[in-house]
Write a protein that binds this ligand. Structure first.
Ligand SMILES: [Zn+2]
Length: 328
């Protein structure tokens, strides 16, 4: 059971219509806010409650580079991350599609001065939840339940509604708050794996997660909360989770793949490349003459730089084509 859905694609067709659509989308500088927040507990002993949407067997794992210093911010950009995480372009998921990995090939050092070798990291989707405690009122169980946990509910993401042209309508839509979890096995997913061993699933109950420690000593204490029979895969409430993921076009595979893409590496790491407003990747040297040296993510077949562009499955290529822009 999983909520990782692929978008249903119906491509619009025709040159004139495409030209109109391009003008319109260029005029609209706002980005679609499709990428959910990342699971993050910054302070020692901070905690939250989650409901995993991705069960044990569907956890995605990839080689990742962490704490990789970013290149200089583009002109006019004030808020720019010092370091970013990336997915290694040599991960077997891409089946040799990318001929290079800027970070591997150049033995780029991480923020701590060590070579930023890739490590296995795991990905899953979850809904962030919160404990509800009685406040003494009858609505919440009366005086006897004051201060006592009486239930768990979804936290809410308020998302701008978009019309058919991708512009905001002014309406806000409320969805269960989605979290992208990107953590190592050791200290995080291994704890969930142990619980999967007990229950056969990690989707049938909420987990209270508490950060224990800081830096590389961090472990996450994961405490299961009593299952809620009406909320597990196969129930109508679960179907609403699945629907909200689909409506928001959140696709975990696409989120992971984007972090290995040409645009991502050009934007954050490779100083010899740059990204224009449309997301096209160009050589810095060639940019002066206006030549597009390397295709952007919208132009994958010619972007491989390899002899063949059949290395990536059509399915994966579709997913990469459907990526949003990085929110880093
Ligand atoms: Zn790499």
């Amino acid at each position: 059971m999983t909520a990782n859905t692929s978008p249903v694609m119906t491509f619009r067709k025709g040159g004139s219509a495409a030209e109109e659509a391009e003008k319109e989308s260029n005029a609209n500088s706002g980005r679609r806010d499709k990428t959910p927040d990342y699971f993050s507990l910054k302070e020692d002993q901070a905690s939250t409650v989650i409901r995993l949407l991705t069960d044990h067997d569907d956890w995605i794992y990839v080689e990742q580079h962490s704490f990789v210093p970013t290149k200089a911010a583009p002109k006019g950009v004030e808020k720019w991350p010092k370091a970013m995480t990336s997915v290694c372009r040599k991960d077997p998921a891409f089946d040799g599609h990318y001929g290079d990995c800027y970070i591997c090939d150049n033995k780029v050092k991480n923020s701590f001065g060590k070579v930023a070798s890739s490590r296995i990291r795991v990905w899953a989707l979850a809904v962030e939840r919160e404990l509800v405690r009685g406040d003494g009122t009858e609505a919440l169980g009366g005086p006897a339940k004051k201060g006592v946990v009486i239930g768990v509910r979804d936290k809410i993401d308020e998302v701008d509604e978009l019309n058919a042209e991708g512009k905001t309508t002014g309406n806000k839509l409320n969805y269960p708050r989605l979290l992208v979890i990107n953590q190592p096995m050791k200290g995080f997913f291994a704890n969930l794996k142990a619980l999967h061993g007990l229950y056969g699933t990690v989707c049938d109950r909420d987990f209270s997660i508490t950060r224990d420690g800081t830096g590389t000593d961090t472990n996450y204490k994961i405490v299961p909360i009593d299952p809620i029979p009406d909320l597990k895969p196969g129930t109508p409430a679960w179907e609403l989770y699945t629907q909200s993921v689909a409506e928001r076009q959140v696709n975990l595979e696409a989120i992971v793949a984007e972090k290995a893409g040409d645009e991502y590496y050009a934007r954050f790491f490779d100083p010899a490349k740059e990204v224009d407003k449309e997301g096209n990747v160009t050589d810095v040297a060639a940019a002066a003459t206006g030549a597009v040296a390397v295709g952007g993510v919208m132009n994958l077949p010619s972007a491989s730089g390899a002899a063949s562009d059949t290395g990536l499955s059509a399915d994966m290529r579709d997913k990469i084509r459907n990526l949003g822009t990085p929110t880093g």
